[in-house]
Design a binder for this molecule. Sequence first.
Ligand code: BGC
Length: 376
Amino acid sequence: MVRALVFVFLVSAAIAVLAFDRPATKPSLQTQPFGTHNGKAITLYTLTNSHGVEVRAMNYGGIIVSIRVPDRNGQLADVVLGHETLEGYIPNPPYLGAIVGRYANRIANGTFTLDGKTYTLPKNDGPNTLHGGTTRTFDRVVWDGEALKNGVAFTYLSKDGEEGFPGNLRIKVTYTLTEANELMVDYEATTDKATPINVSQHSYFNLAGEGNGDILNHEIMINADRFTPVDKNLIPTGELRPVKGTPLDFTTPTRIGARIDDKYEQLVLGHGYDHNFVINSKPNQNGMKLAARVHEPTSGRSLEVWTTQPGVQFYTGNFLDGSVVGKQGHIYKRRYGFCLETQHFPDSPNHPDFPTTILKPGETFREKTVFKFEAK
Ligand code: BGC
């Protein structure tokens, strides 16, 4: 009897230990040191799920270093442009994989007026301020990283006056990987003075695999009936122009390369696609709108982008010029990657008609974007 009881006890103990020892329910997270910057430790966070999808991100610039996803035969490839080491990202002129802000995209003439006061920002794009300025911008500061069960949270305090912006802005960006092959990006921020804020994720995708040629054969659908045309400095004119009848009509899936070199004035100005699309506003029950769907026919990989944001900048890597040598020695040439930067409209602080980008004390800025990968 005693023996039988001991046996039962041992068996149940073994079962309990086995159950306990099983890898934490997928997805999971691992961390590893990734060097130092200005004396601060940089950590690489690796998120994985049970389908073999793997996302790596680091607390330098909140950069997504790699995203490995299967093709239709289960073959994994890294579908974002980037570097194998921290050093590769310093500097990072194309903003590969980075979080951009405090104001993603352009502010005309590096200036805006808020509550009667005029602010001047450092210019880094002809007459404009692009992606927040020149020095302590979100893509090149060290964030604090916090490992979560299936993700990582990066926080940063952007001080009052930093890069010319008003207010101490506390920002948190969280990357989470789900079992449905979604990379979720959650943004949250508060401030102690009114300030413009516009943050985005600047990954360059190539669904055939990074370094594997240009992205012109990808087919894209952009869920936008209108876009914000730009002037010669790529600043919105203020018009919301219907895409219908223009080479910016991607309301049905179309090859990126089909019309990219058309002599349409907007494509000439952008040297290709470099435009903010006004996402059609029909959110699903979670408040998310489909921004775009991209399919790469050779691999079968596809990407859907869902967001709470009003706009998406579709940028076809027109300014990549072969000067960046990325992973595995790959040379990133013109149009070797595309970005779908969900965001508010460019230069909103100077366009009172655009959805506001002003965050006030007492309010919480919240936006969310989901990158969902599939293969068929
Ligand atoms: C802009 C491009 C710019 C690129 C890299 C994109 O968000 O729209 O014009 O060249 O970022 O800075």
